[in-house]
Structures are given as structure tokens and as C-alpha cells.
Design a protein around this ligand. Structure first.
Ligand SMILES: Nc1nc2c(ncn2[C@@H]2O[C@H](COP(=O)(O)OP(=O)(O)OP(=O)(O)O)[C@@H](O)[C@H]2O)c(=O)[nH]1
Ligand SMILES: [Zn+2]
Length: 319
């Protein structure tokens, strides 16, 4: 369904006036849209809220396909958002149902961690994978800063990440300070719309700049439409020279689990999925219940205990 945006002051345009484009930048209430041949600065009308962290539920995010009516060769008005294939959301406030869309139509979430500074902890990856699965977005893993740490640390990290490779996730090893893994990262990102996510300081910005000089994630600007002048962080869809796009929006770099329901957590563990209907209790949480197919698979070493322990930790956290 196409979401029509309430806009009492705007008469519905003739179909011939309408162009379809992609939202590639949102800064305060200024929305930039790219069509096949042009770019338009679009003002917001009606109940269009942007992802500016104001606590409002936004109807528009970078990556959205929109219908707009040109007002001139470079200005336009958006009147409809086309259906999204995927959406990355975050919880606003305490209510699970109050969600803000951070980015739309994303193909891939690249989970970046660092070998050192901050030190690699494999458990953190499971949290991000749950978020990706919840959004039905493909996930890949990138271990950065492999120039740091000793050989032993890298050998251990590789061994831990091997589990994820066997589960089907692409795994790459990179350094923003050397050339290591740059070709693999470009190949991973090519022709896809991706988000780099991971904890602060793992090197997401440096990696982006390393594979494409001049690309600066997290650009700040001044919101000229706000009350007074204040700095607002832009949400941006960056084009990659070699094909593909990178999304950077406030909040998307460190995703949180808050909006995910406990009963849906197990689906975020890809190897649990075939077993979820085999437990004795239909509503099995896979923790205290007897005759649980997931726990039996852990005992039989078909599911890695580390992954099961991660599941239990996240389950507690969502309580
Ligand atoms: N040695 C080494 N340092 C790196 C590498 N990548 C990033 N750094 C350093 O790590 C620090 C953090 O890098 P950023 O790219 O800002 O990290 P980020 O993940 O974008 O962090 P946020 O912006 O907080 O989300 C900087 O001091 C970088 O110079 C790497 O591959 N090797
Ligand atoms: Zn179970």
C-alpha cells in the first residue's frame, strides 16, 4: 500500500506531474531526493516527520522511494512514500510499539567489530544478528583493526568467527590503516545498500573513508528551519564509486535490541529456526522447559553452547 501523506494545503497533482525518486539526505526538515536524472530539495508538508531524534514517529527515512511533484527544476513536494522492502527501526522511549524508522530499503547490515580497541567480544555479534534478522535484512561480519594485536589474538578471533561462516554469514577481516581486506569489503558492498553498524570506535568511519577517499560518515549541518540555529546531524545515503550505497543516520551505527519481543528472539538465531516447532511446548522459551529441541541440539553439539548462552543472556535482557 502506498502511504498517502495528509497535506490539506496541497491539491493532488496530475499523474504527469509526478516523479519517483529516492530520499538520499534528511537534515532537519529538509529532504533531498534523487530521481533518475535530477535532484530535488523537497520541503515537508502534512504529517511528515523526519528521523531527527525528536521523539516523533517519522514517516520518512533515507532510502525511501517517494513520489514528488516538482515545483521547479530543483525543488519539489513529496506526497507519497512507496512501500518499503525493509526498515531499520529503533524504539523511541519505553514503549516497544513506538518506533522510529532509521533507514528504509536496506539490503545488508555489516556488523563491524575490532580486534583491539575495543577488544573483540564475539557475544556482541549475536545481538546485532538478532536485529538484522528481525528486520529481515541480510547480515555480514567485518573484523577491523587486524593490524593491531598479536598474531595469537587474530588466530583466536578467526577461530571464533569461523562458526559464523559455517552458519552462512560472510566474514571479512580488514584494517583501515593498511590495505588488508579492502577488496573484500568493496566486493561485499558492491551494488547493495548497506549499513555499517557496530560499537563506537571500531572504525566504521575510517573503513568507509579507506575504501572511498573523501567519504565522511556522520556529517553535521545546520538546521535552518528549526527554531533558532542549532546543529542537526544529517541522515545520508552515500553513493559508492564502485556501485552500491552506504547509509549513515544518527542511531543506525549503534543499533539497540529494545524493540524486539522476547518470543521472537529465537528466530534471530538462524540455526535454532528449524527446531523451533519441535519443542514439546509450543510456547517454549528454550530455557527452563523440558523436552526442548534447542537444548537437546546444544547437548548434541549441533548448536554451539556459546550461541545458546548468548540467547539466554539476551532473553534476560529483554525481560
Ligand atoms: N590501528 C587501527 N586503528 C583504526 C582502524 N580503524 C579505525 N581506527 C582508529 O580507531 C578510532 C575510531 O575510528 P572511527 O572510524 O572513528 O570509529 P567509528 O566506528 O566510526 O566510531 P563512531 O563514530 O563513534 O561510531 C580512530 O582513532 C581510528 O583512527 C584500523 O583498522 N586500525
Ligand atoms: Zn525449546
Amino acid at each position: 500500500m502506498v502511504a498517502r501523506l495528509a497535506s490539506p494545503e496541497l491539491a493532488m497533482p496530475e499523474p504527469t506531474d509526478v516523479e519517483v525518486g529516492t530520499v538520499y539526505r534528511i537534515l532537519g526538515k529538509e529532504v533531498s531526493v534523487r530521481t533518475d536524472s535530477k535532484t530535488f530539495a523537497c520541503s515537508l508538508r502534512g504529517r511528515l516527520f523526519t528521523g531527527d531524534g525528536s521523539g516523533e514517529r517519522n514517516q520518512l527515512a533515507v532510502g525511501d522511494r517517494v513520489e514528488l511533484t516538482p515545483l521547479s527544476s530543483s525543488k519539489g513536494v513529496i506526497h507519497a512514500v512507496l512501500p518499503r522492502s525493509t526498515a531499520i527501526v529503533r524504539q523511541v522511549g519505553k514503549r516497544k510499539l513506538s518506533l522510529q524508522v532509521l533507514a528504509a530499503n536496506v539490503d545488508q547490515i555489516v556488523i563491524v567489530s575490532a580486534l583491539e580497541r575495543p577488544r573483540f567480544k564475539v557475544g556482541l555479534i549475536d545481538r546485532f544478528l538478532v536485529i538484522a534478522h528481525d528486520a529481515s535484512i541480510a547480515a555480514a561480519l567485518c573484523l577491523n583493526k587486524i593490524d593491531l594485536g598479536d598474531d595469537q589474538a587474530l588466530v583466536e578471533a578467526r577461530a571464533e568467527l569461523e562458526l559464523y561462516r559455517t552458519l552462512g554469514y560472510p566474514v571479512i577481516f580488514t584494517s583501515a590503516k593498511t590495505e588488508a581486506g579492502h577488496d573484500e569489503l568493496r566486493a561485499l558492498l558492491k551494488d547493495k545498500r548497506s549499513v555499517l553498524t557496530g560499537h563506537s570506535g571500531v572504525g566504521k568511519s575510517k573503513l568507509a573513508a579507506a575504501i572511498q577517499p573523501g567519504l565522511h560518515l556522520s556529517s553535521a549541518g545546520v538546521d535552518r528551519h528549526g527554531k533558532g540555529r542549532h546543529t542537526t546531524t544529517a541522515s545520508t545515503l552515500f553513493s559508492l564509486d564502485f556501485g552500491g550505497e552506504l547509509v549513515d543516520t544518527p542511531g543506525v551505527r549503534e543499533l539497540s535490541l529494545g524493540h524486539i519481543e522476547r518470543r521472537k528472539l529465537a528466530e534471530g538465531f538462524i540455526e535454532f529456526r528449524p527446531l523451533l516447532h519441535q519443542c514439546h511446548f509450543a510456547s517454549c522459551s528454550h530455557i527452563p522447559e523440558p523436552h526442548c529441541a534447542v537444548k537437546e541440539a546444544v547437548e548434541d553439539k549441533k548448536i554451539a553452547r556459546k550461541r545458546y548462552d548468548s540467547y539466554c543472556r539476551l532473553y534476560e535482557e529483554l525481560g
